[in-house]
Design a protein. Structure first.
Length: 112
């Protein structure tokens, strides 16, 4: 997950003129311990533009997250999902991260 967070943070910095924002929500029953881990990740890997937060392990009902997914990535504009990636445990590889990043043009306007 660290690779994904770092690449999202880089993309967010690159597209500030496009008003691209990014955030990571970790679902956890132990929100306090998870929040500490996220703070350490942000400090260690110099995450500056991506918001890192924790939510109850069940997740927000409205998101309709796949229960079997270990990691879900949503790319959206104005609350409309443009790309949805669900990864089972162990499937979030470097190649998968690259695929997510490659879909950023679906939500970021092309440069002229």
């Amino acid at each position: 997950m660290t690779s994904l967070v770092k690449k999202l943070d880089e993309a967010t910095a690159k597209h500030t003129d496009d008003e691209l924002g990014s955030f990571v929500v970790v679902l956890s029953d132990d929100q306090e311990a998870t929040a500490k881990k996220l703070k350490e990740l942000a400090r260690k890997d110099k995450i500056k533009r991506t918001i890192l937060t924790v939510f109850d392990a069940a997740g927000p009902e409205d998101y309709k997250l796949a229960k079997e997914a270990d990691v879900t990535v949503l790319l959206y504009v104005n609350r409309e999902v443009k790309a949805n990636f669900a990864f089972k445990k162990g499937d979030l590889t470097e190649k998968a991260v690259e695929k997510v990043v490659a879909d950023l043009p679906k939500i970021v306007p092309a440069k002229k």
